[in-house]
Design a protein around this ligand. Structure first.
Ligand code: PEP
Ligand code: MG
Length: 585
């Protein structure tokens, strides 16, 4: 039994077998075999080599036809290598003599050849080393199976263990087959974690070297509340976690009773609780959890889950569907937040060196006008079907806001000329998620109708801590006095200008922050739908004066520890029983 501590990002406890999802060569199983298995391992090797050979012949012929003989030569090198006794001999020897499984024998032999090429220290041979790696991937892929086909052949539900997942991989997961997720990399507000929370799959990220320790088929426990992952647990530990699972289910049941109640403080102040969504169907979850509407619709997910660029009509259909499901409740739609960890890097010819500080969000849209205009047309067309507001992400200068509004106006004129209906009073706002926007909030407030504070990014850019990097996850916190100072200033500037201010970062869904956020003056929060009942429960247990006192006290602190301890203590005071075990650290 081994225990690994990661970062809890999506609550719940699951116990199931491991499914390692990753590049075949990054996780090669190591197994000692019995002498009676030698022949079958050798047969597997021959089969994989034959299949890889057949693929390569096909590829070589197709390339020759399409690009000419010169381009097809590369596959000649691969094919030659696949016949080379210097590569194949040691593979067979390892299986026969050292009695190891075929995957390990293959990986070891390829590694020797790659190292030889690399050691020559010349560019041509370094390139050859890459070709060898490519070939290794192909052969191991044949032996270990492609991830998707392996997944689809499974008869039982599993826990995915991966080095890293992209947000779109997570969004595409089938919840019936995948009970939980644990990854080596990632942080609490990385987009993969946000999606895991949205689809309610228990998830722990930042487990560092979990991939090295867990093998396909191992029993594993993933505790999405504490961040603990137990590999090959003993019977006693399994029993302990089963008891915890029951407690978690009971807690969920209690919360379900809170869902239909009103989010109103003891002194009668109504707080608007909206849901953050990525896809139209999540509106059902918002409503089932007692939400008042949608406060953040992350529209870029339509891009992430498609193999083509979504057309204007496809986008329009999604937005209209969302509004129809909301049946008159409000919806704040965010324009595309592509870039950073979403979409562009995976497709880039030349990846950016620093994507979170690069061509992201509104910057990407302003440089890709046609794509931006297409989305704005879809948004405006949908605005005729229900109450909607539109906001721009990651705005860092007034010029960006002005440009975005100008483009929006152009699109309005186009639609007018074409006689297409849209909401002429559509409100536009910005996400305040960069310190420059927070610091200049007074100026921004004169030029937009509302602010939505995005703490996920505001924390990362204020503290210079990558939100998805497990190595600095301990430095990433909404309890930072610097972040809280900016949040307070934004709320103040919004109030002075008479515009609405809400908050839609992940802290809106963390119970320890609820009193503080209300005390700072927020009356609208937008959060992951599954957390709405919990936050409602906190709201119903407090009064405004108490929250304001707490906000004043916290405002005088200069360390995040002090802030966190105080917030946790206050929350425990108002409801020691039900919050006790489930307060996010
Ligand atoms: C944020 O940055 O707080 C936010 C809500 O946006 P996202 O998490 O999609 O970057
Ligand atoms: Mg953001």
């Amino acid at each position: 039994m081994q225990t690994v501590k990661g970062i809890p990002v999506s609550p719940g406890i699951v116990i199931a077998r491991v499914f390692v999802l990753g590049e075949a060569e990054t996780h090669v199983p190591h197994r000692d075999i019995d002498p009676t298995e030698v022949e079958s391992e050798l047969a597997k090797l021959d089969g994989a080599l034959r299949d890889a050979n057949a693929d390569l012949v096909l590829l070589r012929d197709r390339t020759e036809q399409q690009l000419g003989r010169e381009a097809a030569k590369i596959f000649g090198f691969h094919l030659g290598l696949l016949q080379d006794p210097a590569l194949l001999g040691p593979m067979r020897d390892r299986i026969r003599r050292d009695l190891v499984n075929v995957e390990l024998a293959v990986a070891d032999s390829f590694k020797k050849v790659t190292d030889q090429f690399k050691s020559i220290g010349n560019e041509v041979f370094r390139q050859k080393a890459n070709d060898v790696l490519d070939l290794e991937r192909r052969v191991l892929g044949k032996l270990m199976g492609e991830n998707e086909s392996r997944l689809s052949k499974l008869s039982e539900s599993v826990i995915i263990v991966a080095h890293e997942l992209t947000p779109s991989q997570t969004a595409g997961m089938d919840r019936r087959r995948i009970l939980g997720i644990a990854t080596d990399l990632g942080g609490r507000t990385s987009h993969t974690s946000i999606v895991a929370r949205a689809i309610e799959i228990p998830c722990v990220v930042g487990c560092q070297r979990l991939m090295e320790r867990a093998d396909d088929g191992d029993l594993v426990i993933v505790d999405g509340d504490t961040g603990v992952v137990v590999i090959r647990p003993d019977e006693r530990t399994v029993q302990e976690y089963r008891t915890q699972q029951e407690r978690f289910s009971a807690y969920r049941r209690v919360l379900r009773e809170t869902a239909p109640l009103e989010a109103v403080t003891k002194c009668g102040q109504r707080i608007q609780l909206l849901g953050n969504i990525e896809f139209p169907h999540e509106v059902e979850s918002v409503l089932a959890n007692g939400g008042d509407g949608v406060g953040l619709y992350r529209t870029e997910f339509l891009y992430l889950t498609n193999d083509h660029e979504p057309s204007e009509d496809e986008q329009f259909q999604s937005y209209r569907r969302t509004l129809e499901l909301l049946a008159g409740r409000p919806c704040t739609i965010r324009t595309l937040d592509l870039g950073a960890d979403k979409y562009t890097q995976q497709r880039a010819h030349e990846p950016e060196r620093n994507p979170f500080l690069g061509l992201r969000s509104i910057r990407y849209c302003l440089q890709n006008r046609e794509l931006f205009k297409t989305q704005l047309r879809a948004i405006l067309r949908a605005s005729a079907y229900g109450p909607m507001k539109v906001m721009f992400p990651l705005v860092s200068t007034l010029m960006e806001l002005r440009q975005a509004k100008m483009i929006l106006n152009d699109v309005c004129e186009e639609l007018d000329e074409e006689g297409i209906p849209f909401d002429r009073n559509l409100q536009t706002g910005i996400m305040v998620e960069v310190p420059s926007a927070a610091l200049l909030a007074r100026a921004f407030a004169d030029e937009c109708a509302f602010f939505s504070i995005g703490t996920n990014d505001l924390i990362q850019y204020t503290l210079a801590v990558d939100r998805g990097n497990e190595r600095v996850a301990n430095l990433y916190t909404g309890a930072s006095p610097a972040v809280l100072y900016l949040v307070k200033q934004v709320i103040r500037s919004g109030r002075r200008a008479g515009i609405d201010v809400s908050l839609c970062g992940e802290v809106a869904g963390e119970a320890i922050y609820t009193m503080l956020l209300i005390g700072l003056g927020l009356r609208t929060l937008s959060l992951v739908p599954s957390q709405i009942p919990l936050i409602k429960r906190v709201i119903r247990s407090v009064d405004i004066e108490h929250c304001e006192q707490l906000a004043r006290r916290v405002g005088s602190f200069d360390s995040e520890r002090q802030v966190l301890n105080t917030l946790r203590d206050e929350l425990r005071k108002i409801d020691p029983d039900s919050f006790g075990g489930w307060i996010a650290e």
